[in-house]
Design a protein around this ligand. Structure first.
Ligand code: FAD
Length: 108
């Protein structure tokens, strides 16, 4: 089973594309990626969501500071990545943070 996210906006072309066509496009896309031969999508469910990305709450920074301050007391615990840093990081930022964490550990 695969779960895929197709980014779109409410009522745009992708949003209004028929489910069967989306599934066909997914199948074509997966086959183009070529990581597996002859992928056939047997079935699929398409769900459309208007607002899916989280928003920080107003006092987010104070809450985050408290959590990070608490964990900073532990000399052998390193918080990194999206969950670890309690930040809505994207992949690039996670990779940078991961590299920084490795440097911190190695240079300790
Ligand atoms: C649906 C969705 C769409 C996204 N789209 C984008 C996008 O288009 N562009 C973008 O930049 N970012 C996107 N992101 C965000 C991006 O995936 C994350 O920011 C990034 O993957 C977070 O990296 P991470 O290293 O913090 O955590 P993860 O990538 O989640 O890695 C954490 C790893 O730790 C493992 N793990 C968890 N618990 C344990 C344990 N106890 N022991 C051992 N291993 C464990 C997990 O299995 C996982 O492999 C998306 C995220 C989601 C969920």
């Amino acid at each position: 089973m695969l779960c895929l996210e197709i980014f779109c906006s409410y009522n745009d072309n992708i949003w209004n594309t028929q489910d069967q066509l989306i599934l066909k496009q997914v199948e074509d896309g997966l086959n183009k990626l070529n990581f597996c031969k002859g992928i056939k999508v047997l079935d699929g469910i398409i769900k459309r969501f208007t607002y899916v990305y989280p928003l920080y709450q107003v006092d987010y920074k104070e809450c985050q500071d408290k959590v990070l301050a608490y964990f900073s007391k532990f000399r052998n615990v390193y918080l990194t990545g999206r969950s670890g840093s309690h930040s809505y990081l994207d992949m690039e930022e996670c990779i940078i943070k991961g590299k920084e964490t490795i440097s911190l550990i190695l240079n300790k």
